[in-house]
Design a protein around this ligand. Structure first.
Ligand SMILES: Nc1ncnc2c1ncn2[C@@H]1O[C@H](COP(=O)(O)OP(=O)(O)OP(=O)(O)O)[C@@H](O)[C@H]1O
Ligand SMILES: [Mg+2]
Length: 263
């Protein structure tokens, strides 16, 4: 299965945020999407996940066209970005928060809007039981098993990040889409985050598409890197090739030089 972008374009007023981007993103590898501020990275994520559909082009996942689908349908197909239910860090316990994420997309469906669950009777009870089993398994996998009964607002920043991953995994993703996962993580915990993303990919075959400004973090874990600049995909390839690409250097050094020249 793969995520395929073909001529994806998004314009805001006069600004071409994403200019005819075509790329193939395999499901079972770690793919990085980098580029300076305003390059169009988040716009592309919004297009893929149905939050803000593209003006032109097609997006398919596993051969199935997904542009035009609402976010809950995209999530249901296994492209998991964030959760529709705003849970945040509250008086919910880790266990409760994870269970609430088991069917995040469902709340936005027409049935969900009428308060009808994903299943009643036997089917509903089976779904609940499955979710409870998955909660235990995923908590163990991420090292959260001793924290299941702890309130989420009492977690350390590092454990909150792990809980975010745990909640994404509860939704049974086929691919994770992470917009700046390292941004709020203390430098000391970035290694732990890298290991987790790498392990999910190597052991579970669960790949991810990651946007981040922390290039050393991405270069360590990515199998392939795509570089956007002003909406245009200027380079794609393995991290070593990208790091040695003069055009990529120019984009990044240009940005640094501009910052250095500021007041
Ligand atoms: N909803 C919007 N309305 C108008 N312009 C927008 C909108 N969203 C994004 N843009 C513009 O589109 C361009 C791409 O923005 P985008 O947020 O996708 O960049 P980005 O690569 O995610 O940047 P950053 O690294 O700062 O998060 C920018 O010029 C931005 O100002
Ligand atoms: Mg962004």
């Amino acid at each position: 299965m793969e995520l395929v972008l073909d001529g994806v374009r998004k314009v805001f007023g006069g600004v071409v945020a994403v200019a005819d981007v075509s790329a193939v993103i395999p499901q079972d590898q770690v793919t990085a999407l980098i580029g300076p501020n305003g390059a169009g990275k988040t716009t592309l994520f919004n297009a893929v996940t149905g939050f803000d559909p593209p003006d032109q082009g097609t997006i398919t996942f596993g051969g199935r066209r997904i542009n035009g689908l609402p976010p809950w349908r995209v999530a249901e197909l296994g492209l998991i970005r964030t959760f529709q239910t705003p849970v945040g860090f509250t008086t919910l316990t880790v266990r409760e928060s994870m269970l609430a994420a088991a069917t995040p997309w469902f709340m936005e469906t027409p049935r969900g809007a009428f308060g009808l669950g994903p299943g009643f009777g036997r089917k509903g009870r089976k779904l609940e039981r499955d979710a409870e089993i998955r909660t235990g398994e995923i908590a163990a996998e991420l090292g959260l098993e001793d924290l299941l009964d702890v309130r989420t607002d009492e977690l350390s920043a590092g454990d909150r990040k792990l809980l975010e991953f745990a909640r994404q995994l509860m939704a049974q993703p086929k691919m994770l889409l992470l917009d700046e996962p390292a941004a709020a993580v203390a430098p000391a915990n970035i290694g732990r985050l890298s290991q987790l993303v790498r392990r999910l990919c190597d052991e579970r075959g669960l790949g991810s598409l990651i946007i981040d400004h922390n290039l050393s973090f991405l270069m360590q874990i990515a199998d392939e890197v795509h570089v956007l600049d002003q909406g245009v995909l200027i380079a794609s390839g393995p991290p070593e090739a990208i790091a040695a690409d003069p055009e990529v250097m120019r984009v990044y050094l240009g940005e640094q030089a501009a910052e250095g020249a500021g007041p």
